[in-house]
Write a protein of this length. Structure first.
Length: 120
């Protein structure tokens, strides 16, 4: 007897028992093949205790969330870079470079004078 088409399709989507573990992607971008993907959420099972401990220890040492450490590890393994979180370097060339300038100080000194007549 032939199986209904719906049963055949459902069977094709499920891996056979013993074919390994599945990584499940859920969230806003799940099922958006070929389209721009926003953030994707993964569910990973059967993490060995020593791997869990190492990841949590690394997160504590670096002052990061476990999620951030995992995202960085996945990106590194995938060979892509992870954008930094609100870390800006656009003014680094100015840091520690303050120079006293007496001419400038003299030019702005008038701005430090309070005109008492304006405050009455």
């Amino acid at each position: 007897m032939d199986k209904p088409a719906s049963a055949t399709k459902a069977h094709q989507r499920r891996p056979a028992v013993g074919q390994g573990r599945r990584l499940q992607a859920t969230g806003t971008a799940a099922g958006t093949r070929g389209k721009h993907r926003a953030n994707v959420q993964y569910t990973v099972r059967d993490i060995p205790a020593h791997v869990d401990g190492a990841l949590r220890s690394k997160a504590r040492q670096e002052g990061k969330s476990l999620n951030r450490v995992l995202c960085e590890a996945l990106a590194k393994e995938a060979g892509v870079s992870v954008p930094s979180q609100a870390l800006h370097h656009d003014l680094d060339h100015l840091a520690g470079r303050w120079e006293d300038d007496p001419a400038f100080d003299q030019a702005v000194a008038a701005q430090n004078q309070i005109d008492e007549s304006l405050w009455r």
